[in-house]
Design a protein around this ligand. Structure first.
Ligand code: GLP
Length: 235
């Protein structure tokens, strides 16, 4: 893993956008995208740049089950607001939160992932080490699946909803095997509340108890951290 330490999220955004730029120069066609507060500064920097994605494909990591794409807390809506309005892609895939059939939706999404192998996948990190919505205990062999969110994730995400009871209890997420099949992975984490998960991800054992630790097995990972997120690293 190549670790890049940055002063703050603005600098992290610039570094992250540069990695997107390099991927474009290397003829990347398919970009795996993520939601959450972490990637926002990267999307902001991309939005202000002259990068053009109008003939590229994007595939998002996950979506809440039960929310339509135009619900203001859906991940489709998030992407529209933070990136796609400024930088439209030729085609942007996000799981369909309104598909009630978890198996059908997972198969549909896996077929999309097979058709469009990702050149670059951006990831945020859950406080418990989750990636996408792959909570601790998820098999490293998992493909797209329906997830029951943990209480800690529901609590962490409640800040975006009017009421904690409005946070969906389930989601569709790319699996860990799907995430690992991207050619390059850009993991980003900021803040002290991620420091423990960052330490476990980089220096701990590779274990399904810490989904992000699987990244130690990928040969092309860049990690962007601010000082607080890097504060528990020994190296
Ligand atoms: C959610 C998303 C993850 C994201 C994580 C961290 O649970 N499913 O993809 O990485 O939250 O979010 P944040 O970047 O807001 O800390």
């Amino acid at each position: 893993m190549k670790i890049i330490k940055v002063k703050n999220q603005v600098e992290g955004g610039q570094v992250g956008a540069r990695i997107f730029q390099e991927a474009l120069q290397n003829k990347a066609q398919v970009f795996g995208l993520a939601t959450g507060s972490t990637p926002i500064s990267i999307y902001d920097a991309i939005a202000k740049s002259d990068m053009d994605f109008s003939d590229k494909i994007s595939i998002n990591l996950d979506e809440y089950k039960g929310l339509s794409g135009d619900h203001n807390q859906s991940y489709r809506h998030f992407m529209q607001e933070h990136l796609f309005n400024e930088k439209p892609f030729k085609k942007s895939y996000v799981p369909d939160g309104l598909n009630p059939d978890g198996f059908a939706e997972s198969d549909r999404y896996d077929a999309i992932l097979d058709e469009f192998p990702r050149d670059l996948q951006i990831l945020g990190l859950g406080q418990n080490g989750h990636i996408g919505f792959n909570e601790p205990g998820t098999s490293f062999e998992s493909t797209t699946h329906e997830v029951d969110l943990t209480e800690s994730t529901i609590e962490a995400n409640a800040r975006f909803f009017d009421d904690q009871n409005d946070v969906p209890r389930q989601a569709y997420s790319m699996g860990i095997k799907s995430i690992m099949s991207a050619k390059q992975i850009l993991m980003v984490a900021y803040g002290e509340n991620k420091a423990q998960a960052v330490q476990a991800m980089i220096e701990g054992p590779v274990t399904e108890k810490v989904p992000a630790s699987v990244l130690q097995k990928h040969d092309n990972v860049i990690v962007i951290l601010d000082e607080a997120a890097a504060s528990k690293l020994n190296q």
